[in-house]
Ligand binder design. Structure first.
Ligand code: HEC
Ligand code: HEC
Ligand code: HEC
Ligand code: HEC
Ligand code: HEC
Ligand code: HEC
Length: 418
């Protein structure tokens, strides 16, 4: 009997295989990073991950206090807390009353089911101790979100794999040495030298499989990393004030250009100054979602003292975090699209009026611009005689074909790059 059975070569191979599988699982997205990112972007404005209350309760050990099974309850709650309350859930009604009847946001249609599940995983097992609370104006920076996590992880795993191969080889040498001493004692010839290469040669198909897998995962990580340089689809940072488009553009139906007046005048749509907010908020000091907390930040920015109803303190600027940003080498003009091109905000920005936190809904890549220019017809140019003339000529040239932006030169490099 071979007493080193447990150290035989098959055993190494199995370990190696298992490890490869592990890498496959990890690199195909079973990581917690997503949940953490979503939490920071969508929940951190109201919740801390530790025990402290912010707008909502601190979420430490939350899975232990909610009705069991916790995952199921949390899923229903996060998806649509109002619906859960209406369904007669006692705990839901209790925490609503305990928290001054401040409703939580409804995330149905905002977060996918998978996103909600990854957030639940995150709040159940948060990593390291919490950082500073994400309130106040100093908590925000202009930094874009890191998009390269995938690459880092793959590198670490590759290094571990190389180390593992080295270890297997070393162990192989030891096994050979021990086997040889047994053989010598029994008077048998020494065993053949162990090498990973030989092992590999005997299991070609397996090795090929593992090889293919590694090539694919490295390529995938590199591809994702490179394609995301400067592209931040779905970017949704937490803003210094919990300003809700759903409340203002949705519920109150305030026109987009009331606040983003630049969109009809020129290149930049612009974010309204705090004085625009004060048109209404001199009178409105509290809202249903956040009470007075968030509106107080507007007062702080303009130096308004609500008790005296006067501007008494120095002004500060509100540091809104820019959500959309094209690279400098690309030119985009709002009024050209909104006024001349008669495009709706919703076509390019998605339905902002249902969002509590502004988000980049479109990729802003060159192919996104080009695709629209290929299929969108130029609206009537009759308002301007110069264009009307051009329009008629182009219409004659292209006969019955639709007059798309492409036909007026909307695909010329120089129109967007100069
Ligand atoms: C606008 C603020 C706000 C946001 C954003 C928010 N919540 Fe809440 N949350 C609350 C409030 C307030 C409560 C307390 C219940 C109530 O008043 O309805 C609560 C309650 C909870 C509870 C139950 C806590 C307990 O003690 O039982 C969980 C879990 C929870 N939120 C998770 C989340 C997650 C996950 C997100 C992000 C996807 C999120 N919340 C985003 C305000 C918010
Ligand atoms: C009451 C004022 C107000 C109204 C009305 C309003 N917005 Fe906004 N909008 C803001 C503020 C303040 C910000 C910056 C904070 C933020 O990003 O949430 C903003 C941010 C944005 C952004 C992201 C800007 C960036 O940084 O890239 C877009 C896009 C946008 N709004 C589109 C719209 C559209 C479309 C509508 C109409 C459906 C609309 N807004 C209505 C105040 C308003
Ligand atoms: C044809 C597509 C398109 C339409 C229509 C459009 N936008 Fe934009 N919007 C963009 C692009 C692209 C950017 C990024 C521009 C940049 O970074 O230079 C942007 C950026 C913004 C920003 C933030 C940066 C800035 O320019 O201030 C706001 C706010 C905004 N849009 C609001 C609006 C509103 C409000 C409307 C409707 C009146 C609208 N947009 C219509 C494509 C569009
Ligand atoms: C045209 C009027 C108007 C303008 C302009 C306006 N708001 Fe409001 N805002 C309201 C009203 C009305 C409410 C209360 C909503 C309610 O009771 O449902 C409100 C509520 C809020 C709330 C509390 C949300 C909640 O539900 O607790 C915040 C925060 C807020 N506004 C921020 C801003 C900021 C920041 C600006 C400027 C960029 C702004 N508002 C501009 C009318 C306005
Ligand atoms: C929703 C469709 C749509 C999208 C998306 C779009 N455009 Fe346009 N664009 C138009 C229309 C319509 C016109 C025609 C306006 C006119 O009549 O002059 C236009 C015109 C232009 C023009 C002037 C072309 C000319 O020949 O005068 C430029 C430059 C331009 N767009 C840049 C961009 C850039 C850059 C992007 C992407 C960031 C973009 N557009 C995305 C619809 C779109
Ligand atoms: C309708 C507007 C538009 C036209 C026309 C256009 N581009 Fe672009 N281009 C863009 C935008 C917007 C970006 C930025 C995309 C991004 O950040 O991914 C871009 C990016 C690029 C880049 C950087 C690589 C990349 O994908 O990020 C190159 C190179 C480029 N364009 C070359 C060209 C050439 C060459 C032409 C003419 C054949 C052209 N573009 C025509 C809008 C346009």
């Amino acid at each position: 009997m071979n007493c080193f059975y447990i150290l035989n070569k098959q055993f190494f191979l199995k370990i190696f295989l298992l490890f490869s599988l592990l890498i496959l699982l990890v690199s195909s997205g079973f990581s917690q990073a997503d949940g953490e990112k979503i939490f920071k972007q969508t929940c951190a404005a109201c919740h801390r991950i530790d025990g402290q209350k912010l707008v909502g309760p601190g979420l430490k050990d939350v899975a232990k206090r909610v009705p069991q099974p916790a995952d199921e309850w949390l899923f229903k709650w996060i998806k649509n807390n109002t619906a859960l309350q209406k369904s007669g859930d006692e705990y839901a009604t209790k925490i609503f009353n305990d928290n001054g009847k401040v409703p939580m946001l409804v995330f149905e249609g905002v977060l996918s089911d998978d996103a909600i599940k990854s957030v639940i995983e995150y709040i159940k097992n948060p990593p390291a101790p919490p950082t500073e609370p994400a309130t106040g104006q100093n908590a925000v920076t202009q930094a874009p979100p890191p998009q390269t996590e995938g690459i880092g992880l793959t590198y670490v795993l590759l290094i571990i794999t190389v180390l593992l191969i080295v270890m297997v080889s070393l162990l192989g040498v030891i096994v050979k040495y021990l086997q040889d001493s047994i053989n010598a004692a029994k008077g048998l010839p020494p065993s053949s030298p162990f090498s990973v290469l030989k092992l590999a040669a005997r299991h070609k198909r397996l090795v090929a499989l593992i090889g293919i897998f590694f090539i694919i995962s490295v390529a995938r990580a590199l591809y994702i990393g490179l394609m995301n340089v400067g592209v931040y689809d779905n970017y949704q940072p937490v803003q210094p004030i919990l300003f809700s488009h759903q409340t203002h553009a949705g519920k109150l139906a305030i026109n987009c250009v009331y606040c983003h007046s630049g969109a009809e005048k020129g290149k930049v749509a612009g974010v309204p100054s705090a004085n625009v907010c004060m048109n209404c908020h001199k009178a409105i000091s509290s809202g249903p979602l956040t009470g007075t907390a968030e509106i107080a930040k507007i007062y702080d920015a303009v130096g308004w003292d609500p008790a005296k109803a006067a501007y008494t303190k120095p002004e500060k600027s509100i540091k809104w975090i820019r959500v959309h940003a094209l690279p400098d080498f690309a030119y985009f003009n709002h009024s050209q699209h909104v006024v001349v091109g008669k495009q709706q905000c919703i076509t390019c920005h998605g339905d902002m009026a249902i969002l509590d936190v502004a988000k980049q809904n479109v990729p802003l890549t060159m192919s996104w611009c080009i695709n629209c220019h290929r299929k969108t017809e130029v609206p009537g140019m009759n308002s301007n005689p110069y264009y009307a003339d051009l329009h008629t000529k182009l219409k004659e040239k292209y006969k019955d074909q639709p007059l798309t932006v492409e036909k007026i030169g909307g695909l010329d490099c120089i129109k967007c790059h100069y």
